[in-house]
Design a protein around this ligand. Structure first.
Ligand code: BG6
Length: 463
């Protein structure tokens, strides 16, 4: 079964936000690339009809792809079917079974709140739609270690692990895939990529917008669960992992999981939480909410390679810019031979990797300024790896799921190991500190930094 192509795609949550923003445009792209020609069955509990679904699909595709052409759109619309019903009602799954018809290997995509996963999986099993099928689950995978384990148990009662596809859409991004490639397709990094040469590593994921109407979801998540524990941990794992032992994604997944297992569980003093002023006025948000819209953490990886090197991660809404950037600071030269090198505040050498809004890799070095004095200036060797026509992550990931390719999906082990790291601070933490929208979050985030480290403001344009 593992690489058999799926002969139907069922997606739950067809009337929802994710379908509107990501799934329909992805399906359109897949039809455009001739990767989708099987029935696509949307399921929702919205008193919709097939024509409502087609209308929504058309609107969403036109918004995301102003260049959409009618023939491709019509082809996608002709693949669509719709089943309406309560996920808790057996009749919904009977109707779904009829719609799936002769398909032997459907892929069921649960684009629904995690609280509904169990009900839907049970429903699928009752009508045997789990047989020969795959299931794709959206993050978050649980809300803590116990619920992630429970979710994995529930899924495993209906689907074997090789049929489970856990989406972290960051893994489908070209820039993130390039991290793996850049690290292991080049030899020059490896000798210095360790505690002997690296002072600290930081990753910033900033968004200059708020919760965009997702207040109710955010109340159940917060920045730590929404972005740090999954997206940023995945980036960290790619930066910190050992070389995969052999060619193939199973080796990559093992190496990444080992990073999570070597990470020291967080303590309350490793975490600073912030909340932008105005968040409490959002629809669906508790007026006394303590949920964080910004989180900064200090993580240690207790491995031979990384012992004592701090990894700082921060993610926030309502920040000054939208950007994701990695900044790896190398240690200073052992001797301060030049007058200007004694400044405690510049990192003479660093690797800066911007992942969003576009992709750039820059190596920071100092060079002498012409003149009598031996004084220098900072320069960057910049590799611009922009891919203007790169495929949106959902398009890539859904195509892989239909093909049975799990390379860019998380494993049960990795998910549980990642939760183990954040588990202690999910309930035990300092209160969220208010910050003004459009700033870099509470000043207290500086207290996480060791020595003379500072948070780096992502650079959006090279000199
Ligand atoms: C999602 C989070 O997983 O990732 C959102 O739920 C966040 O809060 C988003 O905005 C960021 O991903 P992207 O690809 O839109 O930058």
């Amino acid at each position: 079964m593992s690489t058999v192509k799926s002969d139907a795609l069922v997606f739950f949550g067809a009337s929802g936000d994710l379908a509107k923003k990501q799934i329909f445009p992805a399906l359109y792209g897949m039809v455009e690339n001739s990767e989708l020609d099987v029935p696509v069955i949307g399921v929702a509990f919205s008193q919709w009809t097939l024509s409502d679904l087609k209308k929504r699909a058309t609107e969403s595709i036109k918004a995301a792809r102003p260049d959409a052409d009618k023939a491709t759109l019509d082809r996608l619309l002709s693949l669509l079917q719709y089943v309406d019903g309560d996920y808790a009602a057996p009749a919904t799954f009977e109707a779904l079974k009829a719609a799936v018809g002769d398909a032997q290997h459907p892929t069921h995509y649960l684009a629904i709140p995690p609280s509904m996963f169990e009900t839907v999986i049970k429903g699928l099993k009752t009508v045997k739609l789990n047989k020969g099928a795959r299931v794709v689950v959206e993050k978050p995978f649980g809300r803590d270690l116990a619920s992630a384990q429970e979710l994995n148990r529930v899924i495993s009662r209906a689907f074997p692990e090789e049929a489970v596809f856990r989406i972290d859409h960051y893994l489908g991004k070209e820039e993130i895939m390039n991290l793996l490639y850049f690290r292991f397709a080049n030899a020059f990094l490896e000798p210095v990529w360790n505690r002997n040469y690296i002072e600290s590593v930081q990753i910033t994921a900033a968004e200059d917008f708020g919760v965009q109407g997702r207040g109710a979801f955010y109340e159940s998540a917060g920045a730590l669960r929404d972005v740090i524990e999954n997206h940023l941990f995945q980036i960290l794992a790619l930066l910190a992992m050992e070389a995969p032992a052999y060619r193939g994604y199973a080796a990559v997944q093992q190496a990444k999981t080992s990073v999570f297992k070597a990470m020291r569980p967080l303590t309350p003093d490793d975490l600073v939480r912030g909340q932008f002023e105005g968040y409490r006025d959002e629809a669906g948000v508790d007026p006394k909410s303590d949920v964080e819209t910004f989180a900064a953490v200090r993580v240690f990886i207790d491995s031979w390679r990384w012992a004592d090197v701090p990894f700082y991660l921060r993610a926030g809404k309502a920040m000054p810019v939208t950007a994701v950037e990695i900044f790896v600071s190398f240690k200073r030269p052992p001797q301060a031979l030049f007058e200007d090198a004694v400044s405690r505040h510049h990192h003479p050498n660093y690797l800066r990797v911007r992942l969003q809004p576009n992709s750039v890799i820059a190596l920071g070095a100092r060079v002498k300024v012409p003149g009598e004095e031996f004084v220098g200036d900072k320069r960057e060797l910049v590799v611009d790896t922009e891919h203007p026509d790169e495929r949106p992550p959902y398009e890539r990931l859904l195509t892989d799921a239909l093909d049975g390719d799990r390379a860019l999906y998380s494993t049960e082990d990795a998910v549980e190991a990642a939760w183990t790291v954040v588990e202690p601070v999910l309930t035990q933490h300092h209160r969220a500190i208010p910050y003004a929208a459009g700033t870099w979050g509470p000043e207290e985030a500086n207290d996480l930094l060791i020595g003379d480290d500072t948070w780096r403001v992502p650079v959006l344009k090279e000199d």
